[in-house]
Design a protein around this ligand. Structure first.
Ligand code: KIV
Ligand code: ZN
Length: 526
């Protein structure tokens, strides 16, 4: 921010690892969070929200570990408005080079009455106490008025004014349930800028959810009225319908600089690799027609469009694929490619692997290259997930598998698994199809009864020799467990994915991530 005044610069606050991780199915382990945080650093985000340390011991450890490993951006973590949370968050962020505390308290009538059971006066008192206490430890304190979008503007202005007096350095206005309309939201920001004393001393931030598909529109409307921090997530992941999509808001500000007159520090050519990295890590696929990073975003099918683009790109293109780092599924390596080229490509894809990981990847890549003529980015990405993906101590490993299926025959499978205690168990089963038969045989061997609730096979790349990627979820009791595997044989990939989920179910002790919105508020012990 040295060369541009803050008036012209919009701060990008990424909350993929906090609000984004609260998306159903998006939880990440520490190694995955670290890869995402490093990719966000390379993307040029100003602030990375790492998590909500009080949600669980696992969240605390993830924040603390990543905080000590990522330099450059400000690292932030979320806390409720009480001293215990603030102290714990301080501990979690201790190793960070630059740290920010993000403290929140709901302000809307619904939240005050039914969730907090507090009067307006109590909300103001609690917010002020929390911010003052936080400022004793943190220089950089952000206050969020949860559900600001449905808060009475006069009361919101009072809360904002009081937390500024108490020392908040950034004040965030969330549209927590994605309820407001762009014109309303921009009026709210304008109202606060007109009525709050001291507002010019802080950065005014917005945090919009996408329940009505308006998160990006609302964020941009707020920028027009002077908001200078936008909170967003890669691919727009987040609670329910998600958060404001980072890539969309950034490209709107860049493409329409003539309209907004502001810039971000995002290296836009890292947008597409970062989007892919997140989708590979979480398994949450990006819809094909998603703006900026969807597979179709730069495809021109219609002849008239193709003709126009050939004559002049600007006829049907407002952004260039290369400006967002869109490469399609580029061919990278073949059988004879060396370790150096592999390492380089891994880096370009946004991953940071250490020496032993690269060695292992190289071995697996060579094995794959023996089966497949061409190895694409997506193949490499699938292999990399094996290193950073969740690695439970596997109780059962697949030894051998054979199956029969076809027309006029009952599908059946014979499976042999090896247990970590050295036992080898073989069994057979029939099923509705070969995958069902394999799953039944695996269940008979492991004795684990689960319900398959999601099963998806996708082709990692095009071509007859493409690898199949199986992503599934099983339900065991009240919990769901995910398994993923890749192989040129989809039945083998299915068996491995099931075993990964079963091993995880057998090993799991850590609780599921808790939503910040569900955690009951505690008293500030003054
Ligand atoms: O949506 C929301 O209100 C939040 C706050 C904690 C900032 O995520
Ligand atoms: Zn949120």
């Amino acid at each position: 921010m040295s060369t541009e005044s803050t008036k012209e610069r919009v701060i990008i606050f990424d909350t993929t690892l906090r609000d984004g991780e609260q998306s159903p199915g998006a939880s990440m382990n520490v190694a995955q969070k670290l890869q995402v945080a490093l990719a966000l650093r390379d993307l040029g985000v100003d602030i990375i929200e790492l998590g909500f340390p009080v949600a669980s011991q696992g969240d605390f450890e993830a924040v603390a570990t990543v905080a000590g490993r990522v330099e450059g951006p400000t690292l932030c973590a979320l806390a409720r408005a009480n001293r215990e949370d603030i102290d714990r968050t301080w501990e979690a962020l201790r190793a960070a080079e630059r740290r920010r505390l993000h403290v929140f308290l709901a302000t809307s009538p619904l939240h005050r009455e039914f969730k907090l059971k507090m009067s307006q006066e109590e909300v103001v008192r609690r917010a002020v106490e929390a911010v003052s206490y936080a400022r004793e430890r943190f220089e950089d304190v952000q206050f969020s008025a949860e559900d600001a979008g449905r808060t009475e503007p006069e009361f919101l202005a009072e809360v904002v004014e009081r937390v500024i007096e108490a020392g908040a350095t950034t004040v965030n206005i969330p549209d927590t349930v994605g309820y407001t309309m762009p014109a309303q939201f921009s009026s709210l920001i304008a109202y606060l800028r007109r009525h709050v004393r001291g507002i010019e001393r802080v950065v005014l931030s917005v945090h919009c959810h996408n329940d009505l598909g308006l998160a990006v529109a609302n964020s941009l409307a707020a920028v027009v009225e002077g908001a200078r921090q936008v909170e967003c997530t890669i691919n727009g992941i987040g609670e329910r319908a998600g958060n404001c999509a980072l890539e969309e808001v950034v490209m709107a500000l860049r493409t329409r600089h003539d309209f907004f007159g502001v810039r971000t520090a995002i290296r836009t050519e890292r947008l597409y690799p970062t989007s892919r990295l997140l989708s590979n890590v979480t398994g949450l696929q990006v819809q094909r027609n998603k703006a900026v990073v969807g597979q179709n975003a730069f495809a021109h099918e219609a002849g008239i469009h193709q003709h126009g683009v050939l004559m002049h790109r600007g006829t049907y293109e407002i952004m260039r694929a290369e400006d967002v780092g869109f490469t399609g599924n580029s061919l990278v390596l073949g059988k004879h490619s060396g370790r150096h080229v592999l390492r380089q490509r891994v880096k370009e894809l946004g991953y940071e692997l250490d020496g032993p990981q690269i060695d292992k990847l190289f071995e697996e890549f060579k094995r794959l290259a023996d089966h497949k003529k061409e190895v694409f980015d997506a193949d490499l990405e699938a292999l990399i997930q094996g290193f950073i993906g969740p690695r439970e101590q596997p109780a059962w490993k697949l030894e051998t598998l054979s199956c029969v299926s076809g027309v006029g025959t009952v599908p059946s499978a014979t499976v042999c698994l090896e247990h970590s205690d050295g036992r080898r168990v073989r069994d057979a089963a029939c099923g509705d199809g070969p995958v069902d038969a394999v799953f039944k045989a695996v269940e008979r061997i492991t004795g684990q009864q689960v319900r398959l609730c999601r099963y998806q096979v996708t082709s990692v790349t095009d071509g007859e020799d493409a690898q199949g990627h199986v992503d599934l979820e099983v339900e065991s009791g009240t919990r769901r467990f995910r398994g993923r595997a890749v192989s040129t044989d989809i039945i083998v990939a299915s068996a491995r994915a099931l075993l990964e989920a079963l091993n995880r179910a057998a090993n799991t002790t850590t609780p599921l991530p808790v939503s910040s919105h569900d955690v009951p508020s505690m008293e500030v012990s003054a």
